[in-house]
Structures are given as structure tokens and as C-alpha cells.
Design a protein. Structure first.
Length: 411
């Protein structure tokens, strides 16, 4: 890097907007509390073609990006306290920012009349992930917006319990590429479950995006943090390359200016296909906003611990409806209903089909379901229920469905 004065080993000059954009992209990987102080810092170092490289890491996740800058001098960079550096830059006037690095650990940041001196840590002490990124093997490319959509549809199903760490992640199921050229196809799926609910989202990549040059099927278990960072690091309209290290212990997501690399969660993911319900007794279609409001109203009286509500399907054809009720001994009871359409199967008897659900879980899944109508496929009061959108003739690029385990109803 460079020297504007005799004491500076390097000098960087860039716009406030460029620096803020770079800092915002790496911010999610900066650690606030750690036994390794360098992880609370952000690395600033010369990049290729005169760009400034910014890197942040918590050892499990690393984000590096480049921004346009004018760099002079022979310095190799410095790490500066990430939070304080970012806060100062944010409050600076909209003027060119100059960073003068003195030696290995000190820097002066200037913007107009404002100046701040920071003591950092030598760049040599920052984790080096360059080798991991360089050896990563590309599998396919995908629009970042599609990747975000896949993750968003299953995020609420991720477990937060530490007793089963494998469920704290999301299964990233990359199918085998078939065909070649314009005819190439590859299915990419994300799956998450906490044992009470399960979400599956899916898209099909075609043509060059399918990555037929690397056709192998791969299964990776990603942390929630990685998927959350995708939305913060990349823009929805840019294309990103998905790569893995040869040992499949890390994933690398590469955009135009930013690279996100992360360790995966080790271990086999549970066979989620075993719990997917089939052979439904009755399948109903409901107006999604209407059934959501019905559940919300009844949930007011449901237990704060279990959120248990009874879900009763009754009637046939134009007279079919779902009645949702809740009863809490020390509070009272509530009931409401909304019309539905029975798509297949039949409901017999005056009591109809009764099943119990956790209303909070049910509402979460209904919120995630796109469109005005929702399909609810019921098997038995003791078996899982499938919840999914009602797609038209043309399905969207990303499709999804959710599975919800029932709660035992109190007689």
C-alpha cells in the first residue's frame, strides 16, 4: 500500500460510498466477542488491479470483497477494529476518505477535517483463507436472488436446540447434472426441520447454469448464518458460482466482487423423505389470508405454552368449511371458521376430520406460502400434514412445500 507522508508505509484513497459498501458486505462476519482479538477486526489489504480488499472472518465464515481505490506505497495491509472503523466512516462527511497506514498496526483515517487514529493488529495475524478459495471446485452458477428465495422458504424450520446440532443447519441438496449444453438440467433443493415442522424448497437450473462440467451430486449442510449472509453480501440480480473444497468440508460462494466461504456442518442429515406424508385422506384448498386470520383470532385464547388449536374439516362441495377452535381451562375458549374447497377425498360423519396443530407453527408456514390459495393435505390425526401453494399452469422458478406434525387433541 503507500505513503503520503514519510512515516506512512501505504496510503489508500477512496469514496465514502465505496468504503461503506465494502464494510457493509463483510460486517456480518466480524466477531464482537472472541478469545482471538484479530477476529474483531477487518483486514484492509491491496487487491488485484489496484482494488482495496476487505476481509472479515469468525473462522467458520469468511467474507472478502474488493472496492475501487487509489493505493500507493509498499505496505501489505493492516487489520483495524471493525466496529469503530465502520462507525467513524459512517459518520464522516460525504468526501474522499484517506487511510494512511503506519507500520504494521497503526492507521490514520481522514475525511475532510475529521481525523481518527486507530491501533490495529498486523495483517499477518489474520486468518488466511486464500488457499481454501483457490482450490475450491465450481459446481454450478445460480442467481443470488434464487439462492435467497430457497433459503427464505425453509429458514423458520431450522432447529435452535443445541441437543441436535445437525438440525441447526440447512441441507443443501445439489442433484446430479443431466444432459449437456442448452439441454442440461440440475435440481437444487434446500431442506430444514426442527422435528416439528419441515420445509423443502426447490429450483431447477438449466443450460450453462446447471454446471454439466461438474455433474456430481453433492449434499452439504450449511449453517443458518451462511444463508443469512447471502442476502447481506450479494445483490439479488447477480449470478454467483457455488463451489466446494475437494474434501467437501467447506462451501465457497463467489460473486462479481465478493466471496463468501464457510465450513459446513459435519455429519449425515436425517432422511427427511421418510417423514413426507403420502396417500392423503382429504385434500382441501383454502383462501390463505382468510385462514390465517381465522387461526390468529383463535390463537388469542390458545395456551401460551402449546399454542394448541383444533382443526376440523366438515361438509362437502360448496358447503365445506374448516372450523378452528381452542380451549384453555383457566382462560376460556374460542372458535371461528372459514369456507374451503375439498379438492380430493371426502369427510365423513358429523365430527368431520379433526386434527390438532401448534398455531404458531401453522401461522409461520402459512406466511411463507406464496399466493392467495393454500393446499392442505391431511392423512390422519396422528400423521404429518402437507402445506403448499396452489400453483397455476406455470410454476415459479422456486417452488416449496412444508410438513407440519400434529398435536394430540385433548378430549
Amino acid at each position: 500500500m503507500a505513503t503520503a507522508t514519510a512515516s506512512a508505509s501505504s496510503t489508500v484513497t477512496l469514496t465514502k460510498s465505496a468504503l461503506l459498501a465494502g464494510l457493509s458486505r463483510v460486517a456480518g462476519a466480524i466477531v464482537s466477542k472472541t478469545t482471538l482479538p484479530v477476529l474483531t477486526n477487518v483486514l484492509l489489504a491491496p487487491g488485484e488491479n489496484g482494488m482495496l480488499r476487505l476481509v472479515a472472518s469468525d473462522l467458520d465464515v469468511t467474507v472478502q470483497t474488493v472496492v475501487n481505490a487509489s493505493i500507493s506505497g509498499d505496505g501489505k495491509g493492516v487489520t483495524l477494529p471493525g466496529k469503530k472503523f465502520s462507525e467513524f466512516v459512517k459518520e464522516c462527511a460525504d468526501a474522499p476518505i484517506t487511510i494512511m497506514v503506519q507500520g504494521d498496526t497503526r492507521a490514520t483515517v481522514k475525511a475532510g477535517a475529521a481525523r481518527m487514529k486507530l491501533t490495529g493488529i498486523a495483517a499477518d495475524e489474520f486468518p488466511d483463507v486464500a488457499g481454501q478459495i483457490a482450490e475450491a471446485v465450481d459446481l454450478f452458477t445460480i442467481p443470488a436472488g434464487t439462492l435467497m428465495a430457497l433459503a427464505k422458504l425453509v429458514a423458520s424450520c431450522v432447529s435452535t436446540e443445541e441437543s441436535r446440532p445437525i438440525l441447526n443447519g440447512v441441507l443443501f441438496e445439489i442433484g446430479k447434472a443431466e444432459g449437456s449444453g442448452a439441454d442440461a438440467k440440475r435440481t437444487v433443493r434446500m431442506v430444514a426441520t426442527n422435528g416439528h415442522r419441515l420445509g423443502v424448497s426447490e429450483t431447477t437450473l438449466t443450460g450453462d447454469q446447471a454446471g454439466a462440467v461438474n455433474p456430481d451430486a453433492v449434499e452439504l449442510i450449511l449453517t443458518s448464518k451462511v444463508l443469512g449472509l447471502v442476502a447481506a453480501v450479494f445483490t439479488g440480480d447477480e449470478s454467483v458460482a457455488i463451489a466446494t473444497t475437494p474434501d467437501k468440508h467447506a462451501i465457497v460462494i463467489k460473486g462479481a466482487t465478493t466471496t463468501l466461504s464457510a465450513r459446513i456442518i459435519e455429519g449425515p442429515y436425517p432422511n427427511y423423505r421418510q417423514v413426507l406424508p403420502e396417500g392423503f385422506s382429504v385434500v382441501v384448498v383454502a383462501d390463505r389470508p382468510a385462514i390465517m386470520q381465522t387461526v390468529k383470532r383463535v390463537n388469542v385464547i390458545a395456551s401460551d405454552q402449546t399454542h394448541r388449536v383444533a382443526f376440523r374439516v366438515a361438509g362437502a362441495n360448496a358447503e365445506a368449511s374448516v372450523c378452528i377452535s381452542a380451549e384453555t381451562p383457566d382462560m376460556g375458549e374460542a372458535e371461528d371458521s372459514t369456507p374451503i374447497r375439498i379438492e380430493s377425498g371426502a369427510v365423513e360423519g358429523e365430527d368431520g376430520f379433526r386434527i390438532g396443530f401448534n398455531a404458531a407453527y401453522l401461522l409461520d408456514l402459512l406466511k411463507l406460502t406464496p399466493g392467495e390459495e393454500v393446499r392442505i393435505s391431511l392423512l390422519s390425526p396422528e400423521r404429518a400434514t402437507r402445506i403448499e401453494p396452489v400453483y397455476g399452469a406455470e410454476k415459479p422458478d422456486v417452488t416449496s412445500f412444508h410438513v407440519l406434525m400434529p398435536l394430540r387433541l385433548m378430549d
